[in-house]
Design a protein around this ligand. Structure first.
Ligand code: UDP
Length: 329
């Protein structure tokens, strides 16, 4: 009998890649999404797949699933600063109420659950690179607080279900990840730069571009998540690529990659924008035997091909998602 896995955020960037991976591993996949930041296009290739079903549902509301569930992956959440600034309360709810609902479901179904945490739990870090033991430097009332604190609460709630209810839990702290199916207009740096290059616009570097990020290709991330879920380790594990780069150098890389003749322009740095970020991945290496394998140049080439394949309409749809209907609820 095939194992059954529930993946929340299945129509999103990571959720759709995870759905593909679990189907490939021979699981039955229930994909759940309320399509606020997700897009059915990301999973349209799974339509009619005998082991895949899709449920349109907001995980912040009570969840009912008939039959057995062996694993749960909680990957539903807005994940770009632009999105969670527009839907701050929903971002808080999916990380808190949504996590509570899914932990309750895991308990009821005797399922193992992995929750998607983030390098944002470290805030604007004063420890570099960031180890799992670092407690972070987060401004709870800053613009990023809604995401960061929801994810920190999520971790606390997950540990509580582990400790008090004996639920089998896993926590993955995900660092900046990229690849096909990212939204071109989600405001994040990689789609922003590639979109600008494709439209013949200047590349917008925020601040002086000295802030750093470390970008992991999505297939590497999915492999790390799979290994962590199947491991017996319940404390948080960083999954990310330690190859760190400044945003200014990253803009130069995108200019080279795309061959654009546009230049770099500088804009204001967003409030509380972390100055540096690099995962310390000794735990992932030793406990999971995992490390990233795909270099930035390989990953960027694949991702650029994906963005080039999008329609003109996608490319010029510059407004971010319209959340007005959702916000009323
Ligand atoms: N950034 C930028 N130009 C853009 C979008 C983002 O310089 O058009 C910067 C942003 O200020 C941050 C970094 O790129 O320092 C990564 O931003 P992103 O929104 O991708 O994710 P974050 O890691 O900040 O959550």
């Amino acid at each position: 009998m095939k194992k059954r896995v529930l993946i929340t955020g299945a129509a999103g960037f990571l959720g759709s890649h995870l759905s593909d991976r679990f189907l490939k591993e021979g699981f039955k996949v229930i994909g759940m999404d309320n399509l606020i930041t997700g897009n059915l296009k990301n999973i349209e290739h799974l339509e009619g797949h005998e082991d895949f079903e899709f449920i349109n549902h907001d995980v912040s509301e009570h969840i009912e699933i008939e039959g057995k569930v062996d694993y749960i992956l909680h990957f539903a959440s807005p994940a770009s600063p632009i999105d969670y600034l527009k839907i701050p309360i929903q971002t808080l709810k999916v990380g808190s109420l949504g996590t509570h609902n899914l932990l309750g479901l895991a308990k009821a179904k005797n399922a193992r659950i992995i929750v998607a945490s983030t390098s944002e739990v470290y805030g604007d870090p004063t420890v570099h690179p960031q180890t799992e033991e670092y407690w972070g430097n987060v401004n709870p009332v800053g613009p990023r607080g809604v995401y960061d604190e929801a994810k920190r609460f999520q971790e606390a709630m997950t540990m509580a279900y582990h400790t008090f209810h004996g639920v089998e839990t896993r926590i993955v702290r995900i660092f900046n990840t990229y690849g096909p199916r990212m939204r071109l207009n989600d405001g994040r740096v990689l789609p922003a730069f590639i979109g600008q290059a494709l439209r013949g616009e200047d590349l917008t570097v925020f601040g002086d571009g000295s802030q750093t990020r470390s970008f992991c290709y999505v297939d590497d991330l999915v492999e790390g998540i799979y290994k962590l879920l199947m491991s017996d380790y319940h404390l948080p594990v960083n999954i990310g690529n330690p190859d760190e780069i400044s945003i200014l150098d990253f803009a130069e890389e995108i200019i080279k990659l795309t061959g654009t003749t546009q230049k770099i322009i500088f804009k204001d740095l967003p409030v509380n924008d972390p100055k540096q970020r690099q995962p310390e991945i000794t735990k992932a290496r030793t406990i999971l035997g995992w490390e990233p394998k795909i270099s930035r140049s390989e990953g960027l080439a694949i991702t650029y091909d994906y963005f080039k394949s999008l329609s003109e309409e996608d490319l010029y749809k510059k407004e971010h998602n319209d959340f007005s209907d959702y916000i009323k609820r």
